[in-house]
Design a protein around this ligand. Structure first.
Ligand SMILES: C[S@@+](CC[C@H](N)C(=O)[O-])C[C@H]1O[C@@H](n2cnc3c(N)ncnc32)[C@H](O)[C@@H]1O
Length: 263
């Protein structure tokens, strides 16, 4: 497993930190993709299955194959009763263990910025989809501050510390996605921005959800001294936009792209 794979090793913690936002943006993405029913889907970088569950619930797939490099995340995904029909297996986006044209649609949900070689992965997705099928992805706009954990990066930087993030932030930009889809030879390419409301019931909900040791920011917090952690907590409490009832509410946004395999 590569370095990026090691960022996501706890399916339960992922559920709390990102699962709820992953589902919100995932539902909007599936509505936009508007794929027919009874297709053979490939879900690449499925992680703990947060998106896979929505896909099974909403798209009436004929079959779903879901891959991820993290065995721990896959173990959590297999416990989801709503995703029971999916086949979860270990695999790498950049070297898909499937023959040409094996699927009708291949997607990557919140994955592209975690890849060392996004271009190779998109070519692989296009290869394993049959002519006329769909290849699509979405990712939080990392450089634009669209990630739900963006307030943590801002607070970490304001402490004079180096922040962290996925290895390939630029791949999450809309123009970058358009370029990757074009280079992979896909047709009928469209892109869009998906905005979602991020709401925590209280500051404690925000902190307890995001200080779990999963993802780049979670791993950073886990490695801090108790003093630095407390300082970060105080900063976040001061900086986050709290509503009068104590809820924390802000907007996150992802870029999405879809295209079709020619022929
Ligand atoms: C932010 S999570 C997204 C999980 C899930 N798709 C979702 O929408 O909630 C990113 C996932 O990318 C996976 N990943 C990292 N490197 C990968 C690679 N080379 N190939 C496939 N998946 C990879 C990680 O293991 C992790 O599960």
């Amino acid at each position: 497993m590569g370095e990026a794979g090691r960022l996501f090793t706890d399916g339960d913690a992922y559920e709390r930190m990102m699962g709820r936002w992953s589902r919100l943006v995932g539902v909007a993405f599936l509505d936009w993709l508007d794929a027919p029913q009874r297709l053979r889907w490939l879900d690449v970088g499925c992680g703990n299955g947060a998106f896979t569950e929505e896909l099974v619930a909403r798209c009436a797939p004929a079959a779903v194959t879901a891959i991820d490099p993290s065995e721990d995340q896959l173990a959590f995904a297999r416990t989801r009763s709503a995703a029971k029909m999916a086949q979860f297996q270990v695999g790498d986006a950049q070297e898909l263990p499937f023959g040409d044209g094996s699927f009708d649609v291949a997607i990557m949900a919140l994955v592209i910025s975690f890849l060392q070689d996004p271009a190779k992965a998109v070519v692989e997705l296009a290869r394993v989809v049959r002519p006329g099928g769909w290849v699509a992805t979405y990712m939080w706009d990392v450089p634009g501050g669209g990630v739900p954990v963006a307030p943590i990066s801002t607070a970490v930087k304001s402490m004079g510390l180096a922040s962290t993030g996925p290895p390939n932030p630029a791949a999450s930009l809309r123009e970058a996605m358009q370029g990757l889809w074009e280079k992979a030879g896909l047709a009928a390419i469209e892109t869009r921005v998906i905005r979602i409301p991020v709401t925590y019931s209280s500051f404690d909900d925000f902190w307890n959800s995001n200080s779990v040791p999963v993802g780049p920011q979670g791993k950073l917090i886990a490695g801090m001294s108790p003093g630095a952690r407390e300082q970060l907590r105080t900063r976040l409490r001061d900086q986050l936009p709290a509503a009068s009832d104590g809820r924390i509410v802000y907007e996150s946004f992802a870029n999405a792209v879809k295209g079709r395999v020619p022929g």
